[in-house]
Design a protein around this ligand. Structure first.
Ligand SMILES: Nc1ncnc2c1ncn2[C@@H]1O[C@H](COP(=O)(O)OP(=O)(O)OP(=O)(O)O)[C@@H](O)[C@H]1O
Ligand SMILES: [Mg+2]
Length: 263
């Protein structure tokens, strides 16, 4: 199997749809035939819950992976979804910033650990902070996908995030790309959301995914059943949108490869 494409799903703002995107983009890519590994890098463990990993079955965890106690193969569990597996997180991860900060290679830990991942796509669900965990994800990744909730402060937060991406490029990962900005939980009846979307498209152009994820109650219900929404309610608006994002993701990557080939 060729090297996986590794994507960090990051935004330091909380509750913008990172985990929902990791789970549902992952499930939709799996449906398209790709083997997908989710890495839950958030001490809250929401991605692990969202794909039905029992809290008692979260060791070895992503913390053990970072600290070098386990291999990615040992830490990976299958889920009930074909071709979708996960390295779960448990609360050990909440002290990772402190525990791992003394290591000289502290931002390279995940990169070293995922080198042997056997998947087409690795999606890393980051916590809502730009600390050591998110840095590890950005150093390991080839790109960063940024879920953005269309609201007043969204674009301000984005400049901070883009600054961090530039710093990571300079320090450790010169080829790190922005995979794209995905507008989430959109409500087309909300004028402010419409304005923020227009601003985002004007400032960021093609970086913004054409697909917009609508606010949809089925999306918010599905984690409590331990299933991605595309399995919980396959015909819901949220499912349709996440399937469209997956197709766009694949098409954009094909276009990039073509560009790279033809110079
Ligand atoms: N499209 C949507 N429609 C309705 N609810 C949504 C949608 N996307 C996400 N949610 C809900 O919004 C909340 C926040 O989403 P999510 O957990 O994915 O954000 P997050 O960025 O991962 O949060 P955190 O920063 O805490 O990790 C969750 O309760 C989720 O179910
Ligand atoms: Mg989350």
């Amino acid at each position: 199997m060729a090297d996986p494409c590794i994507v960090a799903i990051a935004n330091q703002k909380g509750g913008v749809g990172k985990t929902t995107t990791a789970i549902n983009l992952g499930a939709a890519l799996a449906e398209l035939g790709q083997s997908v590994l989710l890495i839950d890098l958030d001490p809250q463990g929401n991605a692990s819950t969202g794909v039905g990993v029992d809290p008692k079955d979260r060791t070895p965890s992503s913390y053990d992976l970072l600290s070098g106690e386990t291999t990615v193969a040992e830490a990976t569990r299958p889920t009930s979804i074909e071709r979708l597996s996960i390295v779960p997180a448990n609360s050990d991860l909440s002290s990772a910033d402190i525990d791992l900060s003394a290591r000289s290679s502290r931002t390279q830990l995940l990169k070293q650990a995922v080198r042997e991942a056997r998947a087409n796509v690795v999606l890393i669900d980051c916590p809502p902070a730009l600390g050591l965990l998110t840095l590890n994800a950005m150093v390991a990744a080839e790109s960063v996908l940024v879920p953005l909730q269309a609201e007043f402060y969204a674009l301000e937060g984005l400049s901070q995030l883009l600054l961090t991406v530039r710093q990571v490029r300079q320090a450790a990962n010169p080829d790190l790309r922005i995979e794209g900005v995905l507008l989430t939980m959109s409500d087309s009846r909300n004028n402010l959301a419409v304005q923020v979307e227009a601003d985002a498209r004007q400032t960021l152009g093609d970086l913004v995914f054409k697909t917009v994820i609508p606010r949809n109650v089925r999306v918010s219900e599905s984690p409590s059943f331990g299933r991605p929404v595309i399995h919980y309610d396959p015909s819901s608006k949220g499912s349709t949108a996440y399937r469209a994002v997956a197709k766009e993701f694949v098409a954009r990557r094909k276009a990039l490869k073509r560009q790279a080939k033809h110079g």
